[in-house]
Design a binder for this molecule. Structure first.
Ligand SMILES: [Cu+2]
Length: 149
């Protein structure tokens, strides 16, 4: 890892703020072994107080998992997580996961499609772009769950 990336990751951890999720269910994460931003996101949710069970899987198995869960290519990020009956796809902020588990909407899960630079596990807040966390309904339709910059 280059020194500059390491500094940015440190910033992400500080920005995660106080623990949100003590006592929350474990987040199971499927990711590929070589995905650095996936590991950085795992660190982000751990810093927020979630316990994480991360498994490295083959890329084909990861695609198959997304397909099974109803995560279309348009909705895909990198890693795929499962928590308490919901999927959490890609670089979803820990605060959104906490709100999902608190509000328990009738839905499949959350996604941050693609890998926006401002999202946790990427460069982090202040990277300059904005992104949205989408709620995926059981019929596959999406709505905006949160906006982030
Ligand atoms: Cu990523």
């Amino acid at each position: 890892m280059k020194r500059r990336e390491f500094v940015l990751l440190g910033t992400t951890c500080v920005a995660a703020g106080p623990a949100l999720a003590t006592g929350s269910p474990t987040i199971k994460v499927a990711k590929t072994a070589t995905c650095g931003c996936c590991s950085a996101w795992v660190l982000h949710v751990q810093e927020a107080g979630f316990s994480v069970d991360a498994q490295n899987v083959d890329q084909d198995d990861l695609y198959a998992l997304k397909d099974r869960l109803g995560i279309t290519p348009e909705l895909s990020g990198c890693h795929t997580a499962l928590v308490d009956g919901y999927f959490v796809e890609g670089h979803v902020p820990a605060s959104d996961i906490a709100r999902l588990l608190d509000q328990r909407p009738d839905a499949l899960g959350l996604t941050v499609p693609g890998m926006p630079m401002s999202s946790p596990g990427m460069a982090g807040p202040g990277a300059g772009d904005t992104f949205e966390t989408l709620l995926v309904a059981k019929d596959g339709s999406t709505s905006i769950f949160a906006r982030h910059s």
